[in-house]
Design a protein around this ligand. Structure first.
Ligand code: HEM
Length: 168
């Protein structure tokens, strides 16, 4: 029974996390960037709907259920299991997703939050301050894009590994 609950939680959470993350990075974020100031109300509505709270919570549940599953299938993280191709694949894929989570959390998210703050104050700034803010904005956009690109590569490795590990 525990296995069934863990697997259901893990697979549904993983689909939501990886699918949502990849879709947002490849399509939603570039569309919002292209929209410029018009993106403000859309991001505010996403915030109101708690997207930026729900996504990390689902990711944490996926990681915790994954770690528990790994504990079970490896017989308590036995070294012998991680010596098999299957064990190694689950470990690398799981590790990649955890790394992707921290990249998104510590690199992309702070840049996104700062960008939203700057966008909200931009109109009230004098020309010199505005020019400086726009420079900061360009740097933050690069930081967010780099972090998100690396995170979705890691998520892709995670999903690919999880998909095939059982048959290795
Ligand atoms: C984006 C993140 C993740 C996604 C999308 C994902 C997806 C999946 C899927 C679809 C399965 C079912 C595979 C099958 O039955 O053949 C699975 C199984 C598994 N996952 Fe993940 N996973 C993720 C993260 C993790 C993490 C962080 C860990 C642990 C460190 C982990 C450990 C496992 C283990 C051990 C299984 C095998 C469970 C079993 O055989 O009953 N996963 N995962």
């Amino acid at each position: 029974m525990e296995l069934l609950v863990l697997r259901a939680l893990h697979v549904m959470g993983g689909v939501f996390w990886a699918g949502g993350g990849i879709y947002a990075t490849l399509f939603i974020t570039p569309a919002l960037m292209a929209a410029g100031p018009a993106a403000g109300p859309i991001v505010a509505e996403m915030q109101r709907r708690k997207l930026f709270t729900v996504l990390p919570i689902v990711a944490i549940l996926t990681m915790l259920s994954g770690l528990r599953l790994l504990w079970i299938v490896s017989g308590g993280f036995s070294a012998a299991y991680f010596g098999t191709t299957q064990g190694l694949t689950y470990a690398v894929a799981g590790g990649a997703s955890i790394l992707g989570f921290f990249l998104a959390l510590l690199v992309s998210r702070p840049a996104g939050v700062r960008l939203a703050q700057i966008a909200a104050t931009l109109d009230s700034l004098d020309p010199a301050a505005r020019a400086a803010a726009l420079e900061t904005t360009a740097r933050l956009k690069r930081q967010a894009a780099l972090g998100s690109a690396a995170a979705i590569w890691l998520l892709t490795i995670a999903v690919g590994g999880m998909a095939v590990a059982r048959y290795l």
